[in-house]
Design a protein around this ligand. Structure first.
Ligand SMILES: NC(=O)c1ccc[n+]([C@@H]2O[C@H](COP(=O)([O-])OP(=O)(O)OC[C@H]3O[C@@H](n4cnc5c(N)ncnc54)[C@H](O)[C@@H]3O)[C@@H](O)[C@H]2O)c1
Length: 257
């Protein structure tokens, strides 16, 4: 129960990696806020956690919309009284080559993946800063964990919007770390390579799988369970002296082969 009574907000946790993180945190005693645009899967995750005695609440809405992001943070406050950790996990992809990419594809991916994370960080600011005012010497007054990708460091073909958003997430992580270090608020990121979720269904097909596997030093795709421990580490007191860090959990994809 190493997260007993910790309140954690996880965006995009109706399925995929966010869901796996939420289940593991709840299993370890955390009170989790499940956010997603997809109402059906969100309710399922909440039910799954509650069925085994865990504490979870749903906050449906798009983090790309500042009002929804504010509502998400308010839900955590009204249901659980505070927030200790915000995990900015939600993102989408819309694939197209540069000359074929539409404004809509660019805007959606950047609005969800980059601005969405900013919306949530801004919304959580008063809570974390209030805690810092009351506990200036505490080791941690709040944690931000942003999910980025090797795509934000090395680029990808056909996803300039996603690569740019994920690179932006790294800048966002570093700026938050600098601005909020004085409040003892940690801001870190995790970068994944290829994880077996809905997002990577196309690249894990027979046609592309080999090409991607050849770029992964450990020569296998990650399961969501492979990447969860790194996030839990950054959400734990073990990471109290870590801020402004990008933890690559990519099987070595980021160094290439
Ligand atoms: N799967 C991978 O290989 C991989 C690699 C690198 C990084 N990532 C990152 O990991 C994170 C999780 O990805 P995943 O693979 O679990 O994807 P996924 O598609 O399985 O899950 C993402 C969830 O986010 C939700 N979502 C989409 N738009 C939203 C919005 N506006 N507001 C709230 N929720 C929204 C979706 O409904 C979905 O449930 C993302 O940030 C992704 O970019 C994934």
């Amino acid at each position: 129960m190493r997260f007993k009574d910790e309140v954690v907000v996880i965006t995009g946790s109706g399925r995929g990696i966010g869901k796996s993180v939420a289940l593991k945190l709840a299993e370890n005693g955390a009170k989790v806020v499940i956010n997603d645009v997809d109402e059906a899967v969100t309710s399922e995750v909440v039910k799954e956690i509650q069925l085994v005695g865990g504490k979870a609440v749903a906050a449906i809405g798009s983090i790309a919309n500042p009002d929804d992001a504010n509502r998400l943070i308010e839900t955590a406050l009204s249901q659980f009284g505070t927030i200790h950790t915000l995990i900015n996990n939600a993102a989408v992809t819309r694939t197209a080559m540069i000359d074929k990419m539409t404004d809509e594809q660019w805007d959606l991916v950047v609005d969800v993946g980059l601005k969405g994370a900013f919306n949530c960080i801004r919304a959580v600011a008063p809570i974390f800063k209030e805690r810092a005012k009351a506990n200036p010497e505490a080791f941690s007054n709040g944690r931000i964990i942003n999910v980025t990708s090797t795509a934000g460091m090395t680029g990808t073909i056909g996803q300039i919007n996603y690569g740019a958003a994920k690179a932006g997430v790294i800048g966002l992580t570093m700026s938050t770390a600098r601005e909020w270090g004085r409040y003892r608020i940690q801001s870190n990121a995790v970068a994944f390579g290829v994880v077996e979720t809905r997002m990577t269904e196309t690249i894990r097909t027979e046609k592309f799988a080999e090409t991607y596997l050849n770029k992964i030093v450990l020569n296998r795709f990650a399961s969501p369970e492979d990447v969860v421990p790194g996030i839990l580490f950054l959400a734990s007191p073990d990471a109290n002296y870590i801020t402004g860090h990008v933890l690559n959990i990519s099987g070595g994809y980021h160094i290439g082969v």
